[in-house]
Design a protein around this ligand. Structure first.
Ligand SMILES: Cc1cc2nc3c(=O)[nH]c(=O)nc-3n(C[C@H](O)[C@H](O)[C@H](O)COP(=O)(O)OP(=O)(O)OC[C@H]3O[C@@H](n4cnc5c(N)ncnc54)[C@H](O)[C@@H]3O)c2cc1C
Length: 489
């Protein structure tokens, strides 16, 4: 399916496949947040296991653009308007702290992960976005961070106004994780191809049912990107899913900056160097609940890239991430009734810093250490007005797509390879392959029963509500669904 610039570094099986039955800590998910949690717990005396449903580092982390930056769209002025200056500043400090954690580790272990220090920019070529950039600049001034307003990017991409900060970086997150896994060594049991199916509570232990065996653990840490349960946590009601498309293209020489535009259509630029040099270009983002024609957006991105960089495309992929309704990641104890059930999600497309930070916060919670960011990201934090408004907007958009698929209103989007049929009063999706063989699936996501849409680009059935993905025969490829789709029920 999707193969990114970093996917070639995903390694083969690392550890015995079968987990044991009882642990102090069970970490679920082997992306940057799960592996970081394991890394920060590696020297404790605790008996720990990490399970991963596919390959370590093979999830969202392998599809990211891999910038390590505290300049994140206009997040600080946005956080200030949703919360207040102190919360916004605290978030800034957390991002600087996380960037340092990554840098220190790379230095300490001499990790070869194509880490390059550079400057970060936010930019626009539209006059109406100037005020937003100015607001972000004002925030940095108030927070005593060195930032500079400039006319344009050090690149040919259209820009008329930009904000620049220093001391940011880019890296290859898969190579970084591979090294962490090496360092963790035998201290923690890591099992690939083991999927968690559900969690129940039994006295002082959680019982996690998996595709291998049941695992009992005092602490369960859920780092699965999207949690696979709805209750507790109610994450689907506190977040929405945003999808973007990404391109990588070989070039002669890299430039030492990364950038993200602000405004209506967001584009991201970074450079990467391993044995070759690349530009990585991302954009055409949309709330998955607002759009179903992924193919069209990919083509738009490729056109934009070719118009501006005139280079051939070597890699193309798409990726989605969770955005929380109040723009703060969700990291910590799920709720008071489940103090030992921990979660890390909703990184708002800034999961390199926040993934590593969540590893540090979650491990500190387990070890009983102080961590000054526990309250900031507390999943139980108060509901804000903005959060409620966003919840209703997202709910409305999801319902539109949902009803559209139910009532066949999105018909024009489908060609003769994909059909929906009602059989015995139930809706089925049918994909007809090149050999004219029909692949029939029940058109319902097992997670929260949303109707699925067909993704022509990757030939998958995707859930527009929460991002689960299935192959043409209904086998689950990406959560939150943990179950395959039945062909009939
Ligand atoms: C277009 C785009 C660009 C981005 N670029 C950047 C960037 O430049 N910088 C930045 O900081 N962030 C960026 N991000 C965000 C970042 O990529 C993600 O937030 C981050 O990778 C999430 O890491 P994770 O460990 O939480 O999830 P993942 O990497 O997805 O890891 C979760 C793992 O859990 C496994 N899993 C799922 N369900 C189960 C289960 N039931 N049982 C067992 N295992 C399970 C999955 O297979 C997966 O390997 C970007 C996001 C987007 C959309």
């Amino acid at each position: 399916m999707e193969s990114s610039l970093w996917s070639k570094n995903i390694t083969n099986k690392l550890n015995s496949n079968k987990p044991g039955t009882k642990y102090d800590v069970l970490i679920i998910g082997g992306g940057l947040s799960g592996i970081s949690t394991a890394y920060y717990l590696k020297d404790s005396k605790l008996n720990i296991c990490l399970i991963e449903s596919n390959k370590i580092a093979g999830g969202t982390t392998s599809l990211t653009t891999g910038k390590i930056t505290y300049l994140q769209d206009t997040i600080y002025s946005d956080l200030e308007s949703i919360h207040n200056f102190n919360i916004s500043k605290k978030y800034l400090e957390s991002q600087l702290y996380a960037s340092k954690l990554i840098k220190d580790n790379i230095k300490k272990y001499n990790i070869d992960c194509d880490y390059i220090e550079n400057d970060s920019y936010i930019f626009s070529d539209k006059d109406e976005d100037k005020t937003k950039i100015d607001k972000e600049y004002e925030f940095f001034k108030k927070a005593n961070i060195d930032a500079q307003l400039v006319d344009k990017l050090p690149d040919s991409f259209p820009s008329t106004y930009a904000l620049k900060v220093k001391n940011t970086a880019v890296f290859n997150p898969v190579k970084y994780i591979n090294k962490l896994v090496n360092i963790i060594g035998d201290n923690i049991k890591i099992c690939e191809n083991v999927r968690a199916l559900n969690i129940t509570k039994e006295n002082d232990y959680y019982v996690v049912k998996t595709t291998e065996n049941d695992i009992r653990a005092k602490y369960v840490v859920v780092c699965t990107h999207y949690p696979f349960f709805v209750v507790p946590g109610l994450i689907p009601f506190k977040t929405h899913v945003e999808k973007s498309h990404v391109i990588a293209s070989k070039i002669k020489e890299i430039k030492k900056f990364n950038a993200i535009s602000i405004g209506k259509n967001i584009y991201s630029i970074r450079y990467h160097k391993d044995k070759d040099s690349y530009i990585v270009f991302a954009g055409e983002s949309y709330k998955m609940s607002n759009h179903i024609n992924y193919d069209e957006r990919q083509k738009e991105l490729e056109k934009k890239f070719k118009d501006n960089f005139r280079s051939d495309i070597d890699y193309r992929w798409s990726i989605h991430d969770l955005t929380s309704n109040d723009l703060l990641p969700i990291i910590g104890k799920v709720n008071d009734v489940n103090p030992n059930l921990l979660i890390a999600t909703a990184f708002n497309k800034w999961g390199m810093t926040n993934g590593v930070l969540s590893g540090k916060i979650l491990s500190d919670i387990i070890l009983g250490n102080n961590n000054e960011y526990i309250d900031l990201f507390n999943p139980k934090r108060d509901i804000t007005i903005k959060r409620c408004i966003n919840f209703f907007i997202d709910g409305f958009n999801i319902s539109k797509i949902y009803l559209g698929t139910k009532l066949n209103k999105n018909k024009s989007f489908y060609n003769d390879k994909v059909k929906f049929e009602n059989i015995d009063g139930k809706s089925y999706g049918i994909y007809i392959d090149n050999n004219l063989e029909k692949h029939i699936i029940r058109n319902l996501c097992p997670h929260m029963k949303c109707s699925l849409v067909f993704n022509y680009m990757d030939k998958t059935w995707d859930c527009p509500c929460h991002g689960s993905r299935f192959d043409i025969d209904g086998n689950v490829i990406k959560g939150p669904s943990v179950y395959d789709i039945k062909t009939k029920d």
